[in-house]
Design a protein around this ligand. Structure first.
Ligand SMILES: *[C@@H]1O[C@H](CO)[C@@H](O)[C@H](O)[C@H]1NC(C)=O
Ligand SMILES: *[C@@H]1O[C@H](CO)[C@@H](O)[C@H](O)[C@H]1NC(C)=O
Ligand SMILES: *[C@@H]1O[C@H](CO)[C@@H](O)[C@H](O)[C@H]1NC(C)=O
Length: 299
């Protein structure tokens, strides 16, 4: 039968052993694994239960994974219940750097700031101008004995533009050039996404005709350019330029029948395949030859 923690030597011993285990886990390296997170959660819940209802714990609604944009303020939030006279700190895992203690910003890096409203349960770490290198694991800690922690992963991303075809697109004369440009991680959807062919801005009403553009804006914005019945003059570099993200480009090659570009590509591939075939041939032989020789000597 299990008693309350204060009752009997058995329970006291059990608690002591468990605390030793937890202290060992704390002295280990700071690589976060899911088992460690589970054990942390277990520890928080366990201590909460065994130390009585007044022990502090993390509100389960505390986010574990935050995505922020380069240069835009981001907040890591920690919600703590029953804190009483304990202190909440934020620690960066990468270098085990103490960033905040209570309402006090401890680090000399001016971009970090402890944020807390009196009597609220929220203890936030604000990063004024985050950079890519700020990505990684952070931990909100409560100064219990042993301390308990809640890991938060911060992911700092940059605006990014990509074109579906990659760097190059090979198509047959007369078929449709189909390019999709995707814009991600911008503070708000781009107000414009401009396509250019060489130096020329592409318009629906350009003399070329047969051009269509479909743009969808959202968390992830896309712009699809379709050029019908491709001709030789449609070849060249196409650039997709959102107003609030870097441009991306692709080179389109229009192949007329059995003409050069395709042949060159085909040759390059087959000569590669050929050398691979020669190589495996040699490997097979280098293994087989001694075997054959041995056989000859034996017979
Ligand atoms: C955090 O979220 C990002 C995107 O929202 C995802 O790519 C990443 O895998 C997540 N990381 C963890 C540790 O859950
Ligand atoms: C918090 O208060 C308890 C009594 O309620 C006391 O035993 C403990 O030392 C205090 N801790 C700190 C860090 O002040
Ligand atoms: C263009 O390509 C996308 C996939 O990248 C495809 O879903 C779409 O149907 C294509 N449109 C045309 C007209 O071929």
């Amino acid at each position: 039968m299990m008693g309350k923690p204060s009752n009997g030597p058995n329970t006291a011993l059990l608690l002591f052993l468990l605390q030793c285990l937890f202290l060992r886990a704390d002295s280990g390296d700071y690589q976060e694994s899911s088992t460690e997170m589970t054990s942390r959660r277990f520890r928080a819940e366990f201590l909460q239960e065994w130390q009585g209802s007044d022990a502090p714990y993390f509100d389960p609604s505390t986010p574990r994974n935050i995505t922020g944009l380069v240069g835009h303020p981001v907040r890591l939030l920690c919600r703590v219940k029953n804190l009483q006279n304990r202190t909440v700190s934020w620690v960066r895992h990468r270098d085990i750097h103490l960033l905040t203690v209570g309402r006090y910003t401890y680090t000399s890096d001016q971009r970090f700031e402890a944020q807390h409203k009196p009597r609220s349960e929220e203890w936030a770490l604000r990063i004024r101008s985050p950079q890519r290198r700020d990505s990684g694991q952070y931990e909100c800690q409560i100064s219990t004995t042993p301390p308990i922690g809640h890991a938060v992963f911060l992911n700092i991303v940059e605006p990014e533009t990509t074109i579906s075809s990659g760097a190059e697109l090979f198509i047959q004369k007369g078929s449709t050039i189909n390019l999709t440009c995707t814009v991600r991680h911008t503070p708000e959807p781009p107000t414009s996404i401009t396509w250019t062919h060489g130096e020329q801005v592409i318009n629906f009403d350009s003399a070329r005709g047969g051009i269509s553009l479909v743009t969808e804006k959202g968390l992830k914005s896309t712009s699809r350019l379709l050029v019908q019945r491709a001709r030789a003059s449609d070849a060249g570099v196409y650039t997709c330029g959102p107003n609030n993200a870097p441009p991306a480009n692709t080179r389109v090659h229009v192949l007329s029948g059995e003409h050069p570009a395709a042949m060159q590509q085909g040759c390059a591939t087959s000569s590669l395949e050929l050398s691979a075939a020669v190589l495996s041939f040699l490997i097979i032989f280098s293994i087989k030859i001694p075997y054959c020789l041995n056989e000859q000597f034996v017979t």
